[in-house]
Design a protein around this ligand. Structure first.
Ligand code: 5U1
Length: 682
């Protein structure tokens, strides 16, 4: 028989494991064991409901729906932040802070501006007793039942000594991957999708039925404080967040302490570079004067503090009018509907075109010509139309009709029933759009790397019928090139030199990739080269043989077979070889690089002294490894250069081995043996 003490101990144990799993990303027991303990706790609670603990993880599953949210008066108002957009805005902020303090120097705690919902969590004697939305800053809504379902939020604070009252301020958000998964589920259930992770987080949190919230993966990052009683206030913002970590609260690790405007702007640029790779959306960074006593000295302007500012990135979403939908033909014939838009400034540039992906997407989002649409441009990603605004649909909005013939070559457009993509059936021989696409791909940096052979030149070469196949590129002479628009003799010479250089020592994987076979990206091309060693062997491989290659499935195998079954493609390959392309095949391809990274996942971080990131990644792959962008328990090794930030810290935290460039290069030294290392594999 169990006692109440056993139950309290089990609750504490489960909460420790949940913290290790959700907050530290470092599980302390197998999932099955957690499930077993959880079930045991449920059984004990059923037998002894009078012993149930307020911080029991069984409380996270959600309860009966509320008739409405009740109102919560914030004991300390929830403030908003002033925004800055330019370097000048930030320099002015820093100047005002220094003038207000009568100082020449200022220290700031900096972190991220999460794109979520501000929340206040009230802990009394360490137990989560209330959670409220920001509302108007003075009064919010009681969302306690929903907040309890969020796994990363502790129901009881860690530590032997906890304050009588602690109000933690922070942001509830949804990670990008969880948002994609949620929308996939919504789609499958025929329900409305969410436009972005922020809306999904808001929609999930404002559910009267907390059992629905419990099914949504929400997260939380703590960044501020409201009321505090029964414990000393930490001296600074940085110390506050460090304290929160010890209490088991989730705090984002992308935070720092920097000096003056120069430090602020450096942090902004650094985060800007990382933004697209972050697992969650941010719309800027936040700067706060670090010392709390100095913050007090500066005070507030209306409801925003003078001691803090949000430095916002240019907005990634904007509204505009969709004026027309046209279709574009890609290099493999894929037909993409493209929205022609009234010019709109978004993501830092003026956008006039945005992709609509495919016909089904246009129907699913119910996007019509004439609609007011939300356009999104995140980082360097191609702008896309996210949704239309139903209230602003004009009476004469028109539906998109997929053309039956290719707008470029007139060949029929076909769409196999099981595919989402419609294609021009002309192939690269008949369709100039496909031909141009194939040539641009062939010349691109990661393919044959022909410098100077860009879109504009290819456009002219194809339109003037000078070039028909990639092999024709190698027949070009100075006179033909120099006669083209914007092409002087010197540039023509440069292109010819680049063409000549591109023929030398071509690694087989690059050549296969350059052929532009549908579904064959760089990694498949590498796998083919590694597996077969010679181009003839790839060409001659049956579908069954192709299926033996790592990561190649039936669709890719069929595409490769179809490519080499077409005599036009085989002739093109022949012509390329006849033009003098010297392939590095066989032993050249299967060189004696020791496969030191076979089966290993390696993360590169910071600036390496001599190698570019691409070069180091190429070396890792050649030595059998995989390159990953984030550190986890599965990471085998981290190669760190200067200015390595959170990835290095995470590796150290998880006990992942970290080496520098010199050690990395020494690992890759060819094996000192007379034998080919591959001979030893049998
Ligand atoms: N990271 C962060 N976001 N954020 C939002 N810190 C932060 N601080 C805020 C707000 C509204 O307010 C305090 C400065 C009061």
């Amino acid at each position: 028989m169990t006692t109440q003490e056993d139950m309290i101990a089990l609750v504490a144990e489960l909460n420790r494991h949940a913290h290790a799993y959700y907050v530290l990303d470092n599980p302390s027991i197998p999932d099955a064991e957690y499930d077993r303990l959880f079930k045991q706790l449920q059984a004990w609670e059923a037998a002894h409901p009078e012993w149930a603990q307020a911080d029991s993880p069984t409380k996270r599953v959600g309860g009966v729906p509320l008739p409405e949210f009740s109102q919560v008066q914030h004991s300390v108002p929830m403030l908003s932040l002033n925004n800055g957009f330019s370097d000048e805005d930030i320099e002015n902020f820093d100047r005002r802070v220094k003038e207000g303090l009568d100082q020449f120097h200022a220290e700031y705690a900096v972190d991220l501006k999460f794109d979520g919902l501000a929340i206040s969590l009230r802990y009394e004697n360490g137990i989560l007793t209330q959670a409220a939305t920001r509302g108007d800053g003075a009064t919010g809504e009681d969302v306690t039942a929903n907040i309890r379902t969020i796994d990363v939020i502790p129901l009881r604070l860690f530590g032997a000594v906890v304050p009588q009252v602690l109000e933690v301020r922070g942001e509830v958000l949804m990670f990008k991957q969880d948002f994609q998964n949620l929308n996939a589920r919504q789609r499958a259930a025929g329900q409305k999708e969410f436009a972005n992770p922020r809306n999904a987080a808001a929609g999930s949190l404002r559910q009267l039925d907390s059992r629905i919230t419990a099914q949504r993966s929400l997260r939380f990052f703590a960044y501020g404080i409201g009321d505090l009683q029964g414990a000393p206030m930490p001296p600074s913002q940085a110390a506050l967040l460090d304290w929160y970590v010890t209490l088991g609260l989730p705090v984002c690790d992308k935070r720092a302490v920097v000096q003056d405007a120069a430090g602020l702007l450096e942090f902004f640029r650094n985060i800007g570079l990382q933004r697209a790779g972050l697992p969650y959306d941010i719309d800027g960074v936040v700067y706060k004067l670090n010392q709390f006593d100095l913050q007090q000295k500066l005070g507030f302007v209306s409801r925003a503090p003078r001691f803090a500012i949000a430095h916002k990135f240019p907005a990634e979403e904007a509204l505009t009018t969709l004026e027309e939908i046209e279709v574009q033909v890609g290099r493999t014939g894929a037909i993409t509907p493209v929205a022609r838009l009234a010019p709109v400034f978004v993501g830092g540039v003026t956008v006039t075109n945005a992709t609509l992906h495919n016909e089904d997407e246009v129907r699913r989002k119910d996007i019509r010509i004439g609609d007011t649409v939300i356009v999104r441009r995140a980082g360097d990603v191609i702008p896309e139309v996210v949704a239309h605004v139903p209230e602003r649909r004009p009476a004469d909005a028109r539906e998109f009709v997929m053309p039956q013939a290719c707008p470029v070559c007139g060949s029929p457009i076909e769409r196999p029933e099981e595919e989402a993509i419609a294609r021009c059936s002309g192939g690269w021989q008949r369709c100039k759009a496909q031909k141009k696409g194939a040539l641009i791909h062939f010349a691109s940096r990661r393919a044959m790397d022909i410098e100077g052979l860009g879109e504009q030149l290819v456009e002219q070469l194809v339109e003037k019928n000078i070039i028909n196949t990639p092999a024709d590129l190698y027949k070009l002479g100075v006179a033909k090139l120099a006669a083209l628009e914007r092409m002087a003799e010197k540039s023509a010479q440069n292109i010819l030199s680049a063409l000549a250089a591109s023929k030398q020592n071509v690694n087989l994987a690059r050549f296969i990739y350059a052929l532009g076979i549908r579904h064959v990206g760089e990694s498949t091309a590498k796998a083919l080269a590694r597996h077969f060693g010679k181009l003839e062997a790839v060409q001659a491989a049956s579908a069954e043989e192709l299926l033996q290659v790592e990561d190649i499935g039936p669709v890719v195998a069929a595409s490769i077979s179809a490519f080499f079954a077409d005599p036009i493609n085989c002739e093109m390959v022949e012509q390329l070889r006849a033009a003098g392309i010297a392939l590095k095949e066989g032993e050249g391809e299967r060189d004696n690089t020791p496969q030191v990274f076979a089966g290993k996942t390696v993360v590169l971080t910071g600036t390496l002294p001599t190698l570019t990131r691409d070069a180091a990644a190429g070396m890792i792959e050649k030595a059998g490894g995989k390159v990953s962008s984030s550190v986890s328990k599965k990471t085998s090794l981290v190669v760190a250069g200067s200015d390595a930030g959170s990835k290095l810290a995470k590796a150290q935290e998880l006990g992942v081995a970290v080496i520098d460039e010199a050690q990395f290069l020494s690992l890759l030294q060819p094996v000192q043996t007379e034998q080919d290392p591959l001979e030893n594999e049998a």
